[in-house]
Design a protein around this ligand. Sequence first.
Ligand SMILES: Cc1ncc(COP(=O)(O)O)c(C=O)c1O
Length: 358
Amino acid sequence: MRPLVATVDLAAICHNYALAKRCAPGRRAFAVVKADAYGHGAAAVVAALRDVADGFAVCSVEEARVVREQAPEARLLLLEGCFDAEDYAAAMEMGLDISVQGAEQARRLLDCAPTRPLNVWLKLDSGMHRLGFEPAELQHWAEVLRAAPQVAEVNLMSHLACADEHMHQLTDRQLESCLGMQEFVFDQRSFANSAAVLTLAPAHTDWLRPGIMLYGASPFAERSAAELGLRPVMTLTAEVIALHDVPVGDSVGYGATWVAQRPSRIGTVSCGYADGYPRHAPSGTCVVVRGQRVPLAGRVSMDMLAVDLTDLPDAAIGDSVELWGAQMPVDEVAQASGTIGYELLTKVTQRVPRKYLS
Ligand SMILES: Cc1ncc(COP(=O)(O)O)c(C=O)c1O
Protein backbone atom coordinates (compact mmCIF):
# COMPACT_ATOMS: atom_id res chain seq x y z
CA MET A 1 0.00 0.00 0.00
CA ARG A 2 1.26 3.43 -0.91
CA PRO A 3 2.68 4.98 2.25
CA LEU A 4 0.65 8.15 2.61
CA VAL A 5 -1.99 8.82 5.25
CA ALA A 6 -3.80 11.76 6.84
CA THR A 7 -4.18 10.93 10.51
CA VAL A 8 -6.97 12.90 12.19
CA ASP A 9 -6.88 13.35 15.95
CA LEU A 10 -10.52 13.57 17.00
CA ALA A 11 -9.65 14.30 20.64
CA ALA A 12 -7.76 17.37 19.42
CA ILE A 13 -10.90 18.59 17.61
CA CYS A 14 -12.89 18.23 20.84
CA HIS A 15 -10.15 20.13 22.70
CA ASN A 16 -10.26 22.94 20.12
CA TYR A 17 -14.07 23.14 20.21
CA ALA A 18 -13.93 23.40 24.01
CA LEU A 19 -11.35 26.17 23.67
CA ALA A 20 -13.69 28.07 21.33
CA LYS A 21 -16.45 27.78 23.91
CA ARG A 22 -14.18 28.99 26.70
CA CYS A 23 -13.40 32.15 24.71
CA ALA A 24 -17.05 33.19 24.98
CA PRO A 25 -18.63 31.79 28.12
CA GLY A 26 -22.36 31.26 27.92
CA ARG A 27 -22.48 31.39 24.11
CA ARG A 28 -23.35 28.48 21.87
CA ALA A 29 -21.27 27.44 18.86
CA PHE A 30 -21.98 25.95 15.47
CA ALA A 31 -18.99 23.76 14.62
CA VAL A 32 -18.34 24.64 10.98
CA VAL A 33 -17.93 21.31 9.16
CA LYS A 34 -18.40 22.39 5.55
CA ALA A 35 -16.06 21.14 2.82
CA ASP A 36 -16.01 17.70 4.43
CA ALA A 37 -15.01 19.25 7.75
CA TYR A 38 -12.21 21.24 6.11
CA GLY A 39 -10.91 18.04 4.55
CA HIS A 40 -10.93 15.96 7.73
CA GLY A 41 -14.04 13.87 6.98
CA ALA A 42 -17.38 15.31 8.09
CA ALA A 43 -18.97 12.05 9.24
CA ALA A 44 -16.15 11.22 11.65
CA VAL A 45 -15.77 14.80 12.88
CA VAL A 46 -19.49 15.18 13.56
CA ALA A 47 -19.62 11.82 15.32
CA ALA A 48 -16.73 12.96 17.55
CA LEU A 49 -18.36 16.31 18.34
CA ARG A 50 -22.04 15.40 18.49
CA ASP A 51 -22.21 15.04 22.26
CA VAL A 52 -20.46 18.34 22.90
CA ALA A 53 -21.30 20.64 19.99
CA ASP A 54 -24.37 22.88 20.21
CA GLY A 55 -24.81 22.66 16.46
CA PHE A 56 -23.08 22.35 13.11
CA ALA A 57 -22.82 24.52 10.00
CA VAL A 58 -22.39 23.44 6.38
CA CYS A 59 -22.51 24.94 2.90
CA SER A 60 -25.04 22.79 1.08
CA VAL A 61 -27.99 20.45 1.51
CA GLU A 62 -25.75 17.60 0.34
CA GLU A 63 -23.31 18.35 3.14
CA ALA A 64 -26.21 18.67 5.58
CA ARG A 65 -27.32 15.10 4.81
CA VAL A 66 -23.95 13.74 5.92
CA VAL A 67 -24.21 15.65 9.19
CA ARG A 68 -27.85 14.66 9.76
CA GLU A 69 -26.97 10.98 9.59
CA GLN A 70 -24.54 11.43 12.46
CA ALA A 71 -26.45 14.03 14.47
CA PRO A 72 -30.19 13.65 13.84
CA GLU A 73 -31.22 16.17 16.50
CA ALA A 74 -28.51 18.82 16.26
CA ARG A 75 -29.11 22.36 15.07
CA LEU A 76 -27.65 22.45 11.61
CA LEU A 77 -27.14 25.73 9.78
CA LEU A 78 -27.01 26.04 6.01
CA LEU A 79 -24.56 28.93 5.66
CA GLU A 80 -25.46 30.01 2.11
CA GLY A 81 -29.10 29.04 2.39
CA CYS A 82 -31.17 27.20 -0.21
CA PHE A 83 -30.50 27.39 -3.93
CA ASP A 84 -33.81 26.03 -5.27
CA ALA A 85 -37.21 24.58 -4.33
CA GLU A 86 -35.75 21.10 -3.78
CA ASP A 87 -33.30 22.57 -1.28
CA TYR A 88 -36.16 24.19 0.66
CA ALA A 89 -38.06 20.90 0.72
CA ALA A 90 -34.93 19.11 1.94
CA ALA A 91 -34.29 21.80 4.56
CA MET A 92 -37.81 21.32 5.91
CA GLU A 93 -37.50 17.54 5.85
CA MET A 94 -34.19 17.73 7.78
CA GLY A 95 -35.25 20.61 10.04
CA LEU A 96 -32.32 22.84 9.11
CA ASP A 97 -31.55 26.37 10.17
CA ILE A 98 -31.17 28.32 6.94
CA SER A 99 -29.40 31.50 6.05
CA VAL A 100 -31.41 33.84 3.85
CA GLN A 101 -28.97 36.13 2.10
CA GLY A 102 -31.06 38.06 -0.41
CA ALA A 103 -34.57 38.97 -1.53
CA GLU A 104 -34.70 36.22 -4.15
CA GLN A 105 -33.99 33.56 -1.53
CA ALA A 106 -36.57 35.07 0.80
CA ARG A 107 -39.25 35.06 -1.91
CA ARG A 108 -38.52 31.43 -2.77
CA LEU A 109 -38.93 30.52 0.88
CA LEU A 110 -42.36 32.16 0.90
CA ASP A 111 -43.32 30.11 -2.17
CA CYS A 112 -42.70 26.84 -0.32
CA ALA A 113 -45.35 24.68 1.26
CA PRO A 114 -44.79 25.22 5.01
CA THR A 115 -44.33 21.56 5.91
CA ARG A 116 -42.08 22.51 8.84
CA PRO A 117 -41.28 26.09 9.91
CA LEU A 118 -37.55 26.78 9.68
CA ASN A 119 -35.22 28.84 11.81
CA VAL A 120 -34.09 31.59 9.48
CA TRP A 121 -30.81 33.49 9.73
CA LEU A 122 -31.12 36.75 7.84
CA LYS A 123 -27.71 37.66 6.58
CA LEU A 124 -26.65 41.27 6.93
CA ASP A 125 -24.17 42.65 4.44
CA SER A 126 -22.22 44.58 7.05
CA GLY A 127 -19.41 45.47 4.65
CA MET A 128 -17.95 42.35 3.08
CA HIS A 129 -20.23 42.69 0.05
CA ARG A 130 -20.34 38.99 -0.64
CA LEU A 131 -23.80 37.98 0.58
CA GLY A 132 -26.52 39.66 2.61
CA PHE A 133 -29.10 42.43 2.82
CA GLU A 134 -28.59 46.11 3.34
CA PRO A 135 -29.84 47.11 6.83
CA ALA A 136 -33.17 48.66 5.74
CA GLU A 137 -33.95 45.78 3.40
CA LEU A 138 -33.11 43.33 6.17
CA GLN A 139 -35.55 45.01 8.57
CA HIS A 140 -38.23 44.77 5.93
CA TRP A 141 -37.66 41.07 5.33
CA ALA A 142 -37.41 40.38 9.06
CA GLU A 143 -40.94 41.73 9.45
CA VAL A 144 -42.27 39.82 6.45
CA LEU A 145 -40.67 36.54 7.51
CA ARG A 146 -41.71 36.95 11.13
CA ALA A 147 -45.32 36.63 9.91
CA ALA A 148 -44.69 33.75 7.48
CA PRO A 149 -45.86 30.19 8.22
CA GLN A 150 -42.58 28.84 6.75
CA VAL A 151 -40.56 30.57 9.48
CA ALA A 152 -39.91 29.75 13.14
CA GLU A 153 -37.09 31.90 14.60
CA VAL A 154 -35.96 35.08 12.84
CA ASN A 155 -32.24 35.41 13.53
CA LEU A 156 -29.46 37.74 12.42
CA MET A 157 -26.07 36.75 11.09
CA SER A 158 -23.17 38.48 9.40
CA HIS A 159 -19.65 37.56 8.35
CA LEU A 160 -16.47 39.51 9.12
CA ALA A 161 -13.99 40.07 6.30
CA CYS A 162 -10.90 41.13 8.30
CA ALA A 163 -11.27 39.77 11.82
CA ASP A 164 -7.93 38.00 11.32
CA GLU A 165 -6.13 41.37 11.06
CA HIS A 166 -5.44 43.27 14.27
CA MET A 167 -7.69 46.34 14.70
CA HIS A 168 -8.72 46.48 11.04
CA GLN A 169 -10.97 49.48 10.32
CA LEU A 170 -13.44 47.39 8.36
CA THR A 171 -14.03 45.19 11.41
CA ASP A 172 -15.09 48.23 13.42
CA ARG A 173 -17.43 49.32 10.66
CA GLN A 174 -18.89 45.84 10.30
CA LEU A 175 -19.47 45.49 14.03
CA GLU A 176 -21.12 48.89 14.14
CA SER A 177 -23.41 47.82 11.35
CA CYS A 178 -24.25 44.53 13.12
CA LEU A 179 -24.84 46.16 16.49
CA GLY A 180 -26.87 48.89 14.75
CA MET A 181 -29.52 46.26 14.06
CA GLN A 182 -30.29 46.01 17.79
CA GLU A 183 -33.60 47.82 17.73
CA PHE A 184 -35.23 45.00 15.79
CA VAL A 185 -35.68 42.04 18.07
CA PHE A 186 -33.99 38.96 16.63
CA ASP A 187 -34.28 35.63 18.35
CA GLN A 188 -30.56 34.89 18.00
CA ARG A 189 -27.51 36.61 16.54
CA SER A 190 -24.26 35.22 15.13
CA PHE A 191 -21.22 37.16 13.90
CA ALA A 192 -18.02 35.40 15.00
CA ASN A 193 -15.76 33.17 12.88
CA SER A 194 -12.61 31.69 14.48
CA ALA A 195 -10.62 34.92 14.40
CA ALA A 196 -13.45 36.79 16.12
CA VAL A 197 -14.03 33.97 18.60
CA LEU A 198 -10.38 34.21 19.60
CA THR A 199 -9.91 37.98 19.73
CA LEU A 200 -13.10 39.99 19.31
CA ALA A 201 -15.41 39.85 22.31
CA PRO A 202 -17.95 42.37 20.92
CA ALA A 203 -18.70 39.88 18.14
CA HIS A 204 -19.53 37.13 20.65
CA THR A 205 -23.28 37.13 20.39
CA ASP A 206 -25.60 34.15 20.93
CA TRP A 207 -23.96 31.75 18.49
CA LEU A 208 -20.30 31.48 17.44
CA ARG A 209 -19.27 29.93 14.12
CA PRO A 210 -15.72 28.57 14.58
CA GLY A 211 -14.24 26.70 11.63
CA ILE A 212 -10.48 26.67 11.09
CA MET A 213 -9.61 26.76 14.81
CA LEU A 214 -11.40 23.45 15.34
CA TYR A 215 -8.88 21.87 12.99
CA GLY A 216 -5.93 23.23 14.93
CA ALA A 217 -4.82 25.85 12.40
CA SER A 218 -4.55 29.56 13.03
CA PRO A 219 -6.76 32.15 11.34
CA PHE A 220 -4.00 34.72 11.86
CA ALA A 221 -0.86 35.21 9.76
CA GLU A 222 1.03 36.51 12.80
CA ARG A 223 -0.04 34.15 15.59
CA SER A 224 0.58 30.44 15.54
CA ALA A 225 -1.98 27.83 16.46
CA ALA A 226 0.26 26.66 19.32
CA GLU A 227 0.37 30.20 20.77
CA LEU A 228 -3.42 30.23 20.70
CA GLY A 229 -3.58 26.94 22.62
CA LEU A 230 -4.92 24.99 19.66
CA ARG A 231 -3.93 21.38 19.12
CA PRO A 232 -3.05 20.26 15.56
CA VAL A 233 -5.58 17.80 14.19
CA MET A 234 -4.31 16.45 10.86
CA THR A 235 -0.91 14.85 10.41
CA LEU A 236 -0.03 14.16 6.79
CA THR A 237 2.55 11.40 6.74
CA ALA A 238 4.42 9.83 3.83
CA GLU A 239 7.66 7.84 3.56
CA VAL A 240 11.05 8.08 1.94
CA ILE A 241 10.67 5.67 -1.00
CA ALA A 242 14.04 6.22 -2.76
CA LEU A 243 17.46 7.74 -2.08
CA HIS A 244 19.85 9.25 -4.59
CA ASP A 245 23.36 10.64 -4.28
CA VAL A 246 23.48 13.74 -6.44
CA PRO A 247 26.84 15.27 -7.40
CA VAL A 248 27.55 18.99 -7.39
CA GLY A 249 25.98 20.67 -10.40
CA ASP A 250 23.30 18.03 -11.03
CA SER A 251 19.67 18.99 -10.72
CA VAL A 252 16.62 17.39 -9.12
CA GLY A 253 13.07 17.19 -10.43
CA TYR A 254 11.01 18.84 -13.17
CA GLY A 255 12.44 21.97 -14.69
CA ALA A 256 15.82 21.25 -13.07
CA THR A 257 15.12 24.14 -10.69
CA TRP A 258 17.21 22.76 -7.81
CA VAL A 259 20.90 22.23 -8.41
CA ALA A 260 23.23 20.55 -5.91
CA GLN A 261 25.74 23.02 -4.43
CA ARG A 262 27.47 20.20 -2.52
CA PRO A 263 27.45 16.40 -2.86
CA SER A 264 23.85 15.77 -1.80
CA ARG A 265 21.66 12.94 -0.64
CA ILE A 266 18.16 13.32 -2.01
CA GLY A 267 15.15 11.45 -0.66
CA THR A 268 12.07 10.86 -2.78
CA VAL A 269 8.87 11.09 -0.73
CA SER A 270 5.48 9.48 -1.48
CA CYS A 271 3.33 12.60 -1.61
CA GLY A 272 2.67 15.05 -4.42
CA TYR A 273 0.30 17.73 -5.58
CA ALA A 274 -2.34 15.18 -6.61
CA ASP A 275 -2.55 14.35 -2.89
CA GLY A 276 -2.98 17.98 -1.94
CA TYR A 277 0.57 19.00 -1.15
CA PRO A 278 0.94 22.45 -2.72
CA ARG A 279 2.82 22.44 -6.00
CA HIS A 280 3.86 25.99 -5.27
CA ALA A 281 5.80 25.04 -2.13
CA PRO A 282 9.27 26.32 -3.03
CA SER A 283 12.57 24.55 -2.46
CA GLY A 284 13.45 25.11 1.18
CA THR A 285 9.94 24.46 2.53
CA CYS A 286 10.46 21.96 5.32
CA VAL A 287 9.18 18.49 6.10
CA VAL A 288 10.18 16.47 9.16
CA VAL A 289 12.21 13.26 9.02
CA ARG A 290 13.49 11.57 12.19
CA GLY A 291 12.40 14.59 14.21
CA GLN A 292 14.47 16.97 12.10
CA ARG A 293 13.36 19.56 9.57
CA VAL A 294 14.73 18.99 6.10
CA PRO A 295 14.10 21.16 3.02
CA LEU A 296 12.27 20.38 -0.21
CA ALA A 297 14.61 20.14 -3.19
CA GLY A 298 13.04 21.11 -6.51
CA ARG A 299 9.48 21.13 -7.77
CA VAL A 300 6.73 19.07 -6.24
CA SER A 301 5.57 16.40 -8.73
CA MET A 302 2.10 14.91 -9.03
CA ASP A 303 2.78 11.90 -6.77
CA MET A 304 6.15 12.62 -5.21
CA LEU A 305 8.41 15.30 -3.89
CA ALA A 306 12.11 15.41 -3.14
CA VAL A 307 13.90 16.43 0.04
CA ASP A 308 17.53 17.19 0.76
CA LEU A 309 18.66 14.65 3.36
CA THR A 310 22.35 15.53 3.20
CA ASP A 311 22.32 16.78 6.80
CA LEU A 312 20.55 13.62 7.96
CA PRO A 313 23.03 10.91 6.95
CA ASP A 314 21.18 8.12 8.78
CA ALA A 315 17.96 8.71 6.85
CA ALA A 316 16.82 5.52 5.13
CA ILE A 317 14.19 4.23 2.76
CA GLY A 318 11.03 3.63 4.78
CA ASP A 319 11.59 6.59 7.10
CA SER A 320 8.39 8.36 7.91
CA VAL A 321 8.02 11.93 6.62
CA GLU A 322 5.70 14.45 8.26
CA LEU A 323 4.49 16.88 5.58
CA TRP A 324 2.47 18.73 8.20
CA GLY A 325 1.27 18.04 11.70
CA ALA A 326 2.50 18.70 15.24
CA GLN A 327 6.15 19.10 14.21
CA MET A 328 5.51 21.04 11.01
CA PRO A 329 2.43 23.29 11.37
CA VAL A 330 0.23 23.31 8.27
CA ASP A 331 0.18 27.11 8.55
CA GLU A 332 3.95 27.22 7.96
CA VAL A 333 3.69 25.09 4.82
CA ALA A 334 0.84 27.32 3.67
CA GLN A 335 2.76 30.52 4.30
CA ALA A 336 5.77 29.20 2.40
CA SER A 337 3.44 28.37 -0.51
CA GLY A 338 1.65 31.72 -0.58
CA THR A 339 -1.64 30.39 0.71
CA ILE A 340 -3.48 29.66 3.96
CA GLY A 341 -3.92 26.54 6.08
CA TYR A 342 -7.61 26.45 5.09
CA GLU A 343 -6.69 25.76 1.48
CA LEU A 344 -4.18 23.03 2.21
CA LEU A 345 -6.48 21.18 4.59
CA THR A 346 -9.52 21.32 2.30
CA LYS A 347 -7.46 20.21 -0.68
CA VAL A 348 -6.13 16.92 0.69
CA THR A 349 -7.55 14.70 -2.02
CA GLN A 350 -9.76 11.66 -1.81
CA ARG A 351 -6.97 9.26 -2.65
CA VAL A 352 -5.29 9.99 0.68
CA PRO A 353 -6.74 7.61 3.26
CA ARG A 354 -7.89 9.21 6.51
CA LYS A 355 -7.07 7.39 9.72
CA TYR A 356 -8.90 8.46 12.87
CA LEU A 357 -7.52 8.58 16.40
CA SER A 358 -10.20 8.92 19.05
C1 LIG B 1 -20.39 32.25 6.98
C2 LIG B 1 -19.22 31.59 7.62
N1 LIG B 1 -19.19 31.49 8.95
C3 LIG B 1 -18.14 30.91 9.58
C4 LIG B 1 -17.06 30.42 8.88
C5 LIG B 1 -15.89 29.83 9.63
O1 LIG B 1 -14.77 30.64 9.45
P1 LIG B 1 -13.35 30.24 10.07
O2 LIG B 1 -12.97 28.96 9.44
O3 LIG B 1 -12.46 31.36 9.69
O4 LIG B 1 -13.57 30.10 11.53
C6 LIG B 1 -17.06 30.51 7.49
C7 LIG B 1 -15.90 30.01 6.73
O5 LIG B 1 -15.57 30.36 5.65
C8 LIG B 1 -18.17 31.11 6.84
O6 LIG B 1 -18.20 31.24 5.51
